[in-house]
Design a protein around this ligand. Structure first.
Ligand code: PLP
Length: 389
């Protein structure tokens, strides 16, 4: 039986979402005036209402996208282009070195084209961002600040609400990538003080290929996708009714079960971390305070092991985990986030989700305890009893 500890990359579809998807797979065009079209439209609007209620914002603030990547792209590029049109200046953007590529590469691409000036704030050694450093990077021409709510690799949670307070009286749009957070933490848009936010359904039990861009009304956004003008003209294209309905169903299920799941995963991730860190040369990275880390993530750095052999052996043992960042097909070592954190060793992200059981965690610990010593590249220094890391 396989062991699935890669929920941060994608989580299995919840039965409620599968049912909603099946119910709307043959939906008519939700923009059509006829009865079948209007019924499909009702499904889309109910999902929009559900998402808005879960986030504490208005349904008018919700735009459905193809996923987290598109939601981040439309926010970063669309807001910068709108600011540029409005001010006739090259806007300045403050973001961080720990962002997912969907934000980082969008910002870098804008800078390369001369459409924006971008400041990347480095993380602390634990992967969190110092909000004061973000505020200090703001200039008179800053139009957008984007700081992720939690990092996808190490699960470090940032104090975006403090940033919201700091920017409250300034004419600067605040965006946050909340893709990794929705499954285990309440996201309260007014409390965070954000103007724009990204979600991805497949991280919390919805299907792949649908996401949410929360774009507060009044925030100028130039669309990336032009066409029939659906979804406020921000995201043209026939509504993906089945995906959107499934996203709404996943939001409902994830919200209803979130507290129970968070409590369960807190205990299971601690158990997993303790079990793995008992192996010499294995340590957990990320923040130490539970407030500052997602209960779904256990990120390990492993000394003196062969990265490729580790990946192969874990796979052979049936353990699905991630040796790179969530969506990159990247190498097993040296992600930009870990480099920015100054981490050394071979990274391994074990991420838990709604299907994770205690029995899986016990077996995962057994696999790690067996595999790590077998893929050593050099002997680990002898540690006296009681003198572990
Ligand atoms: N942002 C973060 C933090 C992510 O972890 C991911 C995917 O792993 C994305 C954005 C992209 O989401 P999607 O796969 O829905 O495009």
């Amino acid at each position: 039986m396989s062991l699935y500890l890669d929920h941060a990359a994608t989580s299995p579809v919840r039965p409620e979402a599968r049912q909603a998807f099946d119910a709307w797979i043959d939906a008519a065009n939700a923009s059509a005036a006829h009865g079948p079209g209007q019924r499909a439209r009702t499904a889309v609007e109910e999902a929009r209402e559900t998402v808005a209620t879960a986030l504490g914002c208005s349904p008018h603030d919700i735009v459905f996208t193809s996923g987290g990547t598109e939601a981040d792209n439309v926010a970063i590029k669309g807001i910068v282009w709108a600011a540029r049109e409005r001010t006739r200046h090259v806007p300045h953007v403050v973001t961080t070195d720990t962002e997912h590529a969907a934000v980082r590469e969008s910002a870098r691409w804008l800078a390369e084209r001369g459409d924006a000036q971008v400041t990347f704030v480095p993380p602390r050694a634990d992967g969190t961002i110092d909000i004061e450093q973000v505020v200090a990077a703001i200039r008179p021409e800053t139009a957008l600040v984007s700081v992720m709510l939690a990092n996808n690799e190490v699960g470090a949670v940032n104090d975006v609400a403090a940033l919201g307070i700091a920017l409250a009286d300034r004419d600067i749009v605040l965006h946050t990538d909340a893709v990794q957070v929705f499954a285990t933490r309440l996201i309260d848009v007014p409390a965070l003080g954000v103007d724009a936010l990204a979600l991805s359904a497949h991280k919390f039990g919805g299907p792949q290929g649908v996401g949410v861009a929360m774009l507060r009304r009044g925030v100028g956004v130039v669309p990336l996708v032009h066409g029939g003008g659906q979804d406020r003209g921000v995201r043209s294209g026939t509504f993906a009714a089945a995906l959107i309905a499934a996203c709404g169903a996943a939001v409902t299920a994830a919200t209803a079960q979130r507290d129970e799941l968070a409590g369960r995963l807190q205990a299971l991730s601690d158990m997993l971390s303790d079990g793995c860190c008992a192996v010499e040369g294995v340590r957990r990275s990320g923040p130490t305070s539970p407030d500052q880390r997602l209960v779904s993530h256990v990120h390990l750095m492993i000394d003196d092991v062969d990265a490729t052999a580790l990946s192969l052996e874990l796979d052979r043992a049936g353990l699905a985990a991630s040796s790179g960042s969530a969506c990159s097909a990247g190498a097993a070592t040296g992600s930009h986030v870990l480099r920015a954190m100054g981490q050394t060793g071979v990274p391994l992200r074990l991420s838990l989700g709604w299907t994770t059981t205690e029995e899986e965690i016990t077996r995962a610990i057994d696999v790690l305890c067996d595999v790590v010593p077998r893929v050593r590249t050099a002997p680990v220094a002898f540690a006296p009893i009681g003198g572990g890391r």
